[in-house]
Ligand binder design. Structure first.
Ligand code: FES
Length: 107
């Protein structure tokens, strides 16, 4: 069961357990992590699940699709090169320990 560490902009941390095959967004919302709203329920068209993949993990997470990248650029405040729609990042056992930081706009 992969764990994910969410870190808010103010450094508050939330360590949660999630099912492999679930998205990072689902890991956050099912554990009441603040800042991940997920208005569209994971359809990839609201950008309210924005998170930053920690630099130590960026090479281990598959890159965003073209559609996701367009939504990040169009809909995410404070986007960075490591920005992702967390609903589009699927957890695997290999991602156990993944660290996701939350934008200042989502506190
Ligand atoms: S939940 Fe809407 S884009 Fe991720």
């Amino acid at each position: 069961m992969p764990s994910v560490r969410f870190i808010e902009h103010n450094e508050t941390e939330y360590l949660v357990q999630a099912e492999a095959g679930h998205s990072v967004m689902q890991a956050a919302t099912s554990n009441l992590v603040p800042g991940i709203v997920a208005d569209c329920g994971g359809a990839g068209n609201c950008a309210t699940c924005h998170g930053y993949i920690d630099e130590a993990w960026i090479d281990r997470v598959p890159p965003p699709s073209e559609d996701e990248q367009e939504m990040i650029e169009a809909g995410c405040m404070h986007s960075q090169p490591n920005s992702r729609l967390t609903c589009q990042v699927v957890l695997t056992r290999e991602l156990d320990g993944l660290v996701v930081r939350l934008p200042v706009s989502q506190t």
